[in-house]
Ligand binder design. Structure first.
Ligand SMILES: [Mn+2]
Length: 321
């Protein structure tokens, strides 16, 4: 049951020292939803800190001021913790305990909630991004939405809808985009960085993908062993786009990537075209997600055996259709 923005705004107004946290491996929505609050709450005269323990991507560094981000958090300094875009405790990483022990806490999110609970909660799974929820809250707080804040919110909204292409794009996302553009969001700069800027590293990773992907009937996949990952000087997160890149292939109904992130530990990412369901497949492997995008993590003897067991499950569910 959601608390009203009025109630949440009241809790914020009562607090003097506020900490903002978001999920590990922050994406643009994690950054947009939290940084917009950072600037907005400062306007209200609050002492605000934002904590992120991960390195940001090169593109992220081009769109935000990373100097405002802190790593070390002394929990005792804050009377309120706000988390954005995060459904589970473990996704808060090193800040999990701070959040759990906070005097007052607020959860703002658009994922199906797992086990992250605040004193106050606002979780809207119909919202295509958490940045839209931050926008509504900032309005309830009567914060002046500056061009800077509007740009951060637009950045998050645009990223989570993949520039208004993903199926989670709805009337509200488009209406919010309209409002943010009116408020001065710097859309051309954001688009340039998010959709038209690639690092050499990203090109290298794409080269690997297109040299090594396989297609069996309507299933496209790419395998990245631990040694491949080392050779690419990449982290698992760098290859996270592989399954969404592959699902764009004509004739592919289902796409997946298997990445051996540590020895014999495999992280699988699935994507499906409209009308196909990869959540059921991921669930068979102990994972979960959405119909169109899901994932699982499993141990296995080799990347080939992992691939074979995935293909068996895919075949089983495809033949049921
Ligand atoms: Mn999000």
């Amino acid at each position: 049951m959601n608390d009203s923005f009025k109630k949440i705004a009241k809790a914020i107004k009562k607090s003097a020292n506020i900490a903002l946290v978001t999920h590990i491996g922050p994406d643009f929505d994690a950054l947009g939803s939290s940084l917009s609050l950072y600037y907005g709450l400062k306007q209200l005269g609050k002492k605000v800190s934002i904590f992120i323990n991960d390195e940001l991507s090169e593109n992220q560094k081009l769109l935000i001021d990373k100097n405002v981000i802190e790593k070390e958090c002394d929990c005792t300094l804050f009377d309120l913790f706000i988390s954005t875009d995060t459904p589970s405790r473990k996704r808060l990483g090193v800040y999990c305990d701070c959040f759990a022990n906070a005097k007052t806490s607020i959860v703002l999110d658009h994922h199906k909630n797992d086990d992250l609970k605040g004193t106050y909660n606002f979780v809207d799974t119909n919202s295509s991004s958490c940045s839209e929820i931050s926008f509504k809250l900032l309005r309830a707080l009567k914060v002046n939405i500056t061009k800077e804040i509007a740009s951060l919110l637009y950045m998050g909204l645009s990223a989570d809808t993949n520039s208004f292409v993903n199926s989670n794009t709805n009337e509200d996302s488009l209406l919010t985009a309209y409002k943010l553009v009116k408020l001065g969001a710097n859309t051309s700069h954001i688009n340039e960085i998010q959709y038209r800027t690639q690092t050499l590293k990203e090109i290298e990773l794409k080269k690997y993908l297109y040299n090594s992907y396989k297609m069996e009937n309507d299933v496209a996949y790419c395998l990245v062993s631990y040694s491949d990952l080392k050779n690419l000087k990449a982290r698992k997160a760098d290859c996270d786009f592989y399954s969404s890149e592959l699902i764009s292939l004509q004739g592919a109904s289902i796409a997946f990537s298997v990445i051996e992130s540590s020895k014999n530990f495999y992280e699988i990412s699935f994507r499906a075209k409209l009308g196909y369901d990869v959540r059921t497949i991921a669930e068979q492997l102990g994972g979960g997600g959405h119909i169109g995008a899901a994932g699982a993590k499993i141990n296995g003897a080799s990347i080939e055996t992992v691939k074979d067991s995935i293909m068996n499950i895919v075949k089983k569910f495809e033949s049921k259709k």
